[in-house]
Design a protein around this ligand. Sequence first.
Ligand code: SF4
Length: 379
Amino acid sequence: MAGIYIHIPFCKKLCNYCDFYHVIANDDRADFLKALKKEAGFRKDYLKQEPVSTIYLGGGTPSVLSVSETGSLLSHLENNFNIEKDSEITIEINPDDITPEYLKDLRKLNINRISLGVQSWRDEDLHMLNRRHTARQAEEAINAAINEGFTNITIDLIYGIPGMSSDAWAANLDKSFSFGISHLSAYHLTIEPGTVFGKMKKNGLLEEVDEEESTTQFNILVEKAAGAGFLHYEISNFGKPGFFSIHNTNYWKQVPYLGLGPSAHSFNRYSRQWNQRDLKKYIKHAGTDKQLFEKEELDLKTRFNEYIMTSLRTMWGIDLEYTERTFEKEGYDYVINMAGKFINYGLMKQEKNTLILTNQGMMISDNIISEFMMPGDNS
Ligand code: SF4
């Protein structure tokens, strides 16, 4: 089993928090699509013909592509990879790109999962984030997707937005769950140095919400999602049973994936590699011998740390049998020793052969995970 991720780097407007690789101009689109197809052909053996069960069109904004461009890209993948018939095919869409015709056409391409970047139901937040859609457009987009027969609809929300109270966050969640969505990804706003918000923070123009407020909003999220029948299956992801993101779950379960496009990451169990964040170079060199990527070979310790990092963020937790099988007695003993104190503090629990973070543990998962990391030889 394997997955394919495609990075479409074009955006129409810069969001103030954005740290993803993107370009605002769209003029290189045709050349980019040619390069993307060349890269797909050139790297068709990366997945060793393993059946591909998920395709994820992310960005950037994949919905800037026309339906025929998206369709020709998907056909190209079909011609080069062993794509399973009932694959999960997700496309990220900006709400103001949606029309009933567009959705109808996406269904004809067998796209079966829609990911909408709603972010907030309050226009003042959307304005502050510099999103290009309004709350009204997001509402119309969800309704249009439901009317078109999409059942696998996920939305993204952001909490911890300066100026958004806990009550406003709770109202955002209530509104989200009032639609027929099946999945929610909710991320705390992070302010990265190179972003517009990063610069504002540096100049004293923006203050992050404090830890207490962040914790309160996370607790509201967990509670309201559970109340709406959503399972908290990864720290930022909530889904109705049967509607977890297969593509993302596979990332967390160490399933190989191929990433195409500038900045896209790939993983084949033994190494990770990531394409340069440079569209011009990508267009010039994709599909040639010129190396466009950086690569990290994963030794056993790195693979162990990656496994701990991803599994502890999920509801499946650390599988002790898998740990022993893959990382031998040393890895197993290390995990058992580390887990003891977190279990005593009520931050972690053991259920049969798995170690899982409790809700309390989830709130400080970054700290727990960093303590769990097996130090390198020089540490
Ligand atoms: S739409 Fe996404 S990728 Fe584009 S600027 Fe906004 S956050 Fe960044």
